[in-house]
Design a protein around this ligand. Structure first.
Ligand code: S3P
Length: 445
């Protein structure tokens, strides 16, 4: 994947940002579209698929396990599925690149097929914990030989029939939940996942859409109990992928921070389990309007009209964290420019993302003049009240796309250049990021 020479860059803005843009398709929905289509009986099609490296890693893996996946000249993808239970043993290791979602969801799929697969990934992915899926999938009968600490490279020996389990998630993770539901597809009986804190629900929505027998109930404590009946038969679908709110967050924060900006970001997915960032930015005083709300492929979508705003620091309620888990890096940039103090807590999961996002953001923001205190589970940031940051530093991105994009945004509101050591990881999730930011009026140095 992006193993070329590092590609450093710095971004600045000479004046307000303006224009109408469209962000690429949702990454979570794109992965699931390919996986579920590959397991349906017949031909599915996907419009608006995110063509980023992470999703292409999923496509390559599904092809290696027997699905036929093609991209048409019109950008529409066609997938001929093998049917649940029909995955074939891959000849070579499955290269997951930088993608935790591909890895954990595909481990779930392979676990309930009688095939063996080796999973490999880049330096960032090879540091990330996989025991969170290895443990429950082992209870279902799959066997693993992992690198020390439950990491990649690892070999997974799946089993069919697997044993259905009931599993209470020890961490709030849509990836773990989804891995188990996908394993449950080819497992006779009911596989049940109990989720004390709700996380993104695209798997549930899409599994139902493909015809799986899946129910969601709530217990007295408010936990979600998700049950899937295997062995399922999935019917092919036509999927329209909405724009990714996690990608939209970068131009949204850029437009809020650069005074006088007026920007519309079209077609942004606003599933309530994903849209926490916009709620928090509005609580901080951000002028974000949801225009033309509609439904795209079973997900709520709107155009976001964003104007430059004076932001005020807040205490971010910890229970909103799962609905904006990937947006904290760019929220920290917004907080660094806000008036007063922003306090975030309950974010220990950020330490096991593509990088340790609490440590890397704290270090980078301090290097460009922000006042940041790092705690065990969050950051406390005293903002400049709208004054530009000093800038004048080079940021180490640690193969983390969202660190790169967050500091690209910070550069727009800094006096001296903020150099990002490597923009290449951005291609994992948002290949047109630079182009889009520049079309709004930013320049790349
Ligand atoms: C994702 C779930 C989240 C998120 C990731 C995508 C998914 O990870 O950070 O970018 O598509 O299910 P966790 O499950 O580790 O929270």
């Amino acid at each position: 994947m992006h193993q070329m020479a590092p590609s450093p860059a710095a971004f600045k803005s000479a004046g307000p940002l303006s224009g109408r843009v469209r962000v690429p398709g949702d990454k979570s929905i794109s992965h699931r579209s390919l996986m579920l289509s590959a397991l349906a009986v017949g031909t599915s099609s996907v419009e608006g698929l995110l063509e980023g490296e992470d999703v292409l890693a999923t496509a390559a893996a599904m092809r290696a396990m027997g699905a036929q996946i093609e991209r048409g000249a019109d950008g529409r993808w066609t997938i001929h599925g093998v049917g649940v239970g029909g995955l074939l043993q891959p000849d070579q290791a499955l290269d997951m690149g930088n993608s935790g979602t591909s890895t954990r969801l595909l481990m779930g799929l392979v676990a309930s097929h009688a095939i063996t697969a080796t999973f490999i990934g880049d330096a960032s992915l090879s540091k990330r914990p996989m025991n969170r899926v290895i443990d429950p999938l082992s209870l279902m009968g799959a066997e693993f030989t992992a690198s020390p600490g439950g990491r990649l490279p690892l070999v997974l020996r799946g089993i069919a029939p697997a044993i259905p389990i009931e599993y209470r998630l020890p961490v709030a993770s849509a990836q773990v939940k989804s891995a188990l539901l996908l394993a449950g597809l080819n497992t006779p009986g009911i596989t049940r996942v109990i989720e004390p804190v709700p996380t993104r629900d695209h798997s549930e929505r899409m599994l139902r859409g493909f015809g799986a027998a899946l129910t969601v109930e709530q217990d007295a404590t408010g936990a979600r109990i998700i049950s899937i009946r295997g062995e399922a038969e999935l019917r092919p679908q036509h999927i329209v992928v909405p724009g990714d709110p996690s990608s939209a967050a970068f131009p949204v924060v850029a437009a809020l921070l650069v005074a006088g900006s007026d920007v519309v970001i079209e077609n942004v997915g606003l599933n309530p389990t994903r849209a926490g960032i916009f709620e928090v930015l509005r609580l901080m005083g951000g002028d974000i309007r949801f225009v033309n709300p509609r439904d795209v492929g079973g997900e709520p979508v709107a155009d976001l009209h964003v104007r430059g705003s004076t932001l005020t620091g807040i205490e971010v309620p910890p229970d909103i964290a799962p609905s904006m888990i990937d947006e904290f890096p760019v929220l920290f940039v917004a907080a660094a420019l806000a008036q007063g103090r922003t306090v975030t807590r309950g974010l220990e999961e950020l330490r096991v993302k593509e990088s340790d996002r609490l440590a890397v953001m704290a270090e980078g923001l301090r290097a460009i003049g922000a006042r940041v205190e790092e705690t065990e589970d969050g950051l406390i940031i005293d903002g400049t009240g709208g004054e530009p940051l000093a800038g004048g530093a080079t940021i180490a991105t640690h193969l983390d796309h969202r660190i790169a994009m967050s500091f690209a945004v910070a550069g727009l509101v800094a006096s001296k250049p903020v150099t990002i050591d490597d923009m290449a990881p951005v291609a994992t999730s948002f290949p047109i990021f630079e182009q889009l930011l520049c079309s709004l009026g930013a320049t790349r140095e």
